[in-house]
Design a protein. Structure first.
Length: 133
């Protein structure tokens, strides 16, 4: 079994911590939930994967639940449109790292930089972006 790590941009470390902060109406309890939400936003908005300049490791693959693995597989498969990607965990995680990096900027702007309650900001943003036809 190969252990693959997930990464985010080191420069975003403080902002990742900010989104997990209990002081500011905590919405996300784990880095994984921020990472998966960010990658989902990138997928939905068809953003180009954004290379990580300075990697910050936050979790090893072994710590992902089966549902989280399935979600990351789905994101990679949907983005790449190549069934063969599912044969290579390292390729899946490399792609989802870059997608999460691309989507994080939007996630942070919509939740933390907009005034008001962060949870309401998240609900308002996702309901507009994900459910409006």
């Amino acid at each position: 079994i190969m252990v693959v790590s997930l990464y985010f941009e080191e420069a975003n470390n403080e902002r990742y911590n900010d989104l997990k902060s209990k002081k500011k109406s905590q919405i996300f309890s784990t880095y994984k939930s921020i990472y998966i939400t960010s990658a989902t936003i990138a997928l939905k908005l068809n953003l180009s994967p954004l290379k990580i300049k300075t990697k910050h490791e936050f979790i090893q693959d072994a710590k992902l639940s089966e549902n989280e693995r399935i979600m990351l597989n789905f994101i990679a498969l949907t983005y790449s449109k190549d069934i063969n990607i599912l044969e290579n965990s390292e390729e899946i995680f490399n792609l989802t790292d870059k997608l999460a990096n691309a989507g994080f900027e939007i996630l942070y702007e919509e939740i933390a930089e907009n005034p008001g309650d962060r949870l309401k900001n998240l609900v308002n943003y996702t309901s507009q972006e994900f459910w409006d036809a």
